[in-house]
Design a protein around this ligand. Structure first.
Ligand code: FAD
Ligand code: DLZ
Ligand code: SF4
Length: 516
């Protein structure tokens, strides 16, 4: 008997640890599309197409190399509907001597994997996911004994350890670790933004599109625009296009938002990285090579590498360090249901209307849109963590819990009380007005703090600070905003808080069954 090797939807990597000592003569590689995963949250339809199509391509590529690759489709009448059910069925079919899997990206799925030994009677080996550059144990070692965990220090260690953007004398290239201050420009009118490549669906993806359209008619997300790479070969093309055309300006405009430009100079590679079509270390090295060849400024290459070598690894470390209790944290006691406009885009707030429409059409929004528009609103309005986490896990093509939860819970809504970041990213309309052109097309006025035309981000911002002032005083970086709050004066504050309360009460909530 051979080994049953189980590969999940975000593990489409030729180098996956579960496939390492594969014996094509006797082993079987199982991939599966299952209803339990599709229904776990209201996944965007493009995200489901991406995962199912990538799995089908991956399984066929293995088969082409002579591997016994078995793929179970969602519409297979024999499909039991869950990972555990499909593993049990495969064990009955093949009588393997062992099951081998790679550590999954979600706590829930890890618990499931740990139950397979008991449910099948076959030994289960769960291997580390060494596609990541920092192991879970390595992160725990780094974290041990530190009073506070800060991404910046973790990132410097990673730069040294993997020798990325380092001089031979051990100093960082350019003599500095961080060029963040140069990365905060608004997009000027005369800057041309290159279009990213589209990967038109092949016959396999078209079959998946049709299956998903049929099976999930009411789910959130347009399918017409589907153009994501679903194979490693295409993901490599997407990366090259970014390195050549967008990396040079990435740094400068990293935080900018523009109505006519959903992508700007971002790479759009998060989904390919997360499902295993690209290797993070290779991506970092490729960006470094652009700097060394003089084709990209250090501030751009460093800014990009920091996201992958720094943030991406750091949030994964935080997730596994603090799960499962991490998901239950709610430091600001947020409990409001998710407003309907997160799904419908029907709101007079132009910035939100824009980001939600883009999200529905493309299953993507860039970091500042996620953090400072929809995330900031959820923070200021006090949306319940489970509601906002479900939304972020559902609507983005790159969303897997290990990366979605710390970003939402830690960075956007501060539900983790500062385990991940050093302060809440609360901002008024002034920030959105400075970094975007959304306000020009809005019926609200980003300069008005109260009154009929006041931007809701303004009165909600002051209301948020006032509501949480006692707790926020513990965070030194909140001293300035809190002293600005003092300067408003009690009468003005009273008027603002009254308006905030009326606005929040009138928010239409999404019915729980919408988009199921
Ligand atoms: P680029 O701007 O080109 O960045 C390059 C790469 O860096 C990305 O592909 C990504 O792999 C990595 N990266 C950048 N920022 C982060 C970050 N904060 N954390 C981890 N990796 C990062 N990213 C996800 O991959 N999945 C998610 O589910 C996800 N949810 C998010 C939720 C919220 C509330 C916020 C604020 C951010 C979230 N992010 C998530 C991080 C970030 O927004 C996306 O990685 C990025 O927008 C993807 O687009 P891109 O590939 O063009 O990124
Ligand atoms: C998100 C998702 C969806 C919608 N469907 C599948 C699937 O059918 N098969 C699969 O292997 N994985 C799927 N995934 C990803 C999982 O829900 C989960 O996020 C990862 O397996 C965690 O590692
Ligand atoms: Fe958004 Fe306020 Fe600007 Fe309107 S005025 S786009 S609500 S920040």
């Amino acid at each position: 008997a051979g080994v049953l090797r189980v590969v999940l939807g975000d593990q489409c990597s030729r180098t996956l640890s579960a496939l390492r000592d594969l014996d094509p003569a006797v082993d079987v590689v199982l991939t599966m599309e299952v209803a339990e995963e599709a229904d776990a949250v209201r996944h965007h339809r493009q995200k489901m197409v991406l995962i199912f199509s990538a799995l089908r391509h991956f399984s066929l590529a293995l088969a082409a190399r002579g591997v016994r690759a078995e793929h179970v489709t969602l519409d297979d009448p024999a499909n039991s509907g869950s990972f555990s059910g499909e593993v049990e069925r495969a064990v009955r079919r093949h009588r393997p001597r062992k099951i081998v899997a790679t550590h999954p990206g979600e706590w829930r799925v890890m618990r499931m994997m740990q139950s397979w030994e008991a449910s099948t009677g076959v030994p289960v080996e769960i291997r580390d996911d060494d596609r990541f550059l920092c192991t879970r144990a390595g992160f725990a070692r780094w974290a041990r004994g530190r009073q506070q965990l800060r991404m910046e220090f973790f990132y410097r260690d990673m730069r040294r350890r993997h020798c990325i953007l380092m001089e031979p004398d051990g100093e960082p290239c350019g003599g500095r670790w961080n060029f963040d201050a140069e990365n905060r420009r608004r997009l000027p009118r005369n800057v041309a933004v290159p279009s990213p490549p589209r990967f038109e669906p092949d016959a396999i993806t078209r079959a998946v599109l049709s299956m998903v359209r049929h099976r999930f008619p009411g789910r959130f997300g347009a399918l017409e625009n589907f153009a994501w790479p679903v194979r490693a070969r295409d993901a490599a093309v997407a990366l090259q296009d970014f390195l050549q055309h967008r990396l040079p300006a990435f740094g400068q405009y990293q935080d900018a938002m523009a109505s006519a430009e959903p992508v700007l100079f971002h790479s759009l590679i998060s989904a390919a990285l997360n499902i295993g079509l690209l290797d993070p270390l290779e991506v970092c090295r490729a960006a470094e090579a652009e700097y060394r060849a003089g084709r990209a400024a250090l501030s751009s290459a460093e800014g990009f590498i920091r996201q992958i070598l720094g943030w991406r690894e750091y949030v994964r470390g935080i997730y596994w360090l603090h799960m499962p209790h991490y998901a239950a944290l709610n430091m600001l006691a947020a409990k409001r249901p998710l407003p309907d406009f997160y799904w419908s885009a029907e709101t007079k707030m132009n910035c939100i209307r824009h980001v939600v429409t883009q999200t529905r059409d493309h299953a993507h929004a860039h970091h500042i849109q996620r953090l400072m528009v929809t995330g900031n609103f959820a923070l200021l309005a006090g949306i319940a963590p489970e509601a906002i986490n479900e939304w972020y896990l559902a609507v983005y093509v790159d969303a897997f819990e290990w990366v979605e939860l710390p970003n939402t819970h830690g960075m956007a809504t501060f539900a983790d009380g500062g385990l991940l970041g050093s302060k809440p990213y609360a901002a008024s309309g002034a920030y959105i007005n400075r970094m975007s052109d959304y306000c020009a097309g809005c019926s609200y006025d980003p300069k008005a703090q109260a009154g009929e035309r006041a931007c809701p981000f303004n009165f909600l911002y002051w209301d948020f600070l006032a509501r949480h002032a006692p707790r926020l005083r513990d965070f030194p970086r909140m001293a300035m905003p809190l002293s600005n709050l003092e300067r408003l004066g009690p009468e003005k504050l009273e008027q603002i808080r009254h308006q905030a309360a009326r606005f929040l009460e009138a928010l239409p909530h999404a019915p729980a069954e919408a988009y199921r």
